[in-house]
Write a new protein. Structure first.
Length: 189
């Protein structure tokens, strides 16, 4: 029992027409979906640009606040560690050897900064000091080269100098080291 030729032809025409209609609807749905996706993409892209701009402004504000906060701070490098050390007493001793009259009330905070993982065991932890007055911080920083302090002056058996640096933000620290690398590359002294 097969289908007659006429029925088969009608069925094939109907299938072809249905196929064309389905393809047209599918094409219409795809174009509509593509249009919606492009609009959503454009909105998201615009939102990302706005958020990137806001993020840049916030990063600048954070950097400015960190710079201001560190304006009365210094880092003391190459100070040997000892058991039961008192960072505040170390700073008072160093500044005394520099000829400055720094009192305990002039120090807001003093502590060792942690050493980065890659430098552990190779570097001495830096000593962070926050002074109560910027004027005093500037005086200590100005005298760092006029009256350098050595390990022996502090009673340590090792030999070496104590180095005093500004307490820079990550951004400024990176810039500083990039500049130092360029100086080395160009063989400047």
């Amino acid at each position: 029992m097969g289908l007659s030729k006429d029925i088969r032809t009608e069925l094939e025409k109907w299938l072809e027409t249905t196929k064309i209609e389905i393809m047209a609807k599918l094409d219409s749905v795809c174009k509509d979906l593509e249009t919606r996706l492009l609009r959503a993409y454009d909105k998201l892209e615009e939102k990302v640009k706005v958020l990137e701009g806001e993020n840049a402004v916030l990063c600048q504000r954070v950097e400015a606040m960190e710079r201001y906060d560190r304006g009365d701070s210094l880092e003391f490098h190459n100070i040997p560690t000892s058991d039961n050390e008192n960072p505040e007493d170390l700073i008072l001793s160093i500044t005394s050897k520099m000829g400055l009259n720094v009192k305990p009330d002039d120090i807001s905070a003093a502590y060792r900064l942690p050493v980065k993982k890659e430098k552990q065991g190779k570097a001495t932890p830096r000593l962070y000091v926050k002074f109560t007055k910027r004027k005093l911080k500037r005086a200590v920083y100005a005298n760092r080269t006029k009256k350098p302090v050595t390990h022996q002056q502090l009673g340590f058996s090792s030999s070496g100098k104590i180095f005093i640096h500004e307490h820079l933000t990550k951004e400024l620290s990176d810039l500083y080291f990039k500049a130092k690398d360029k100086i080395k590359e160009a063989s400047y002294k």
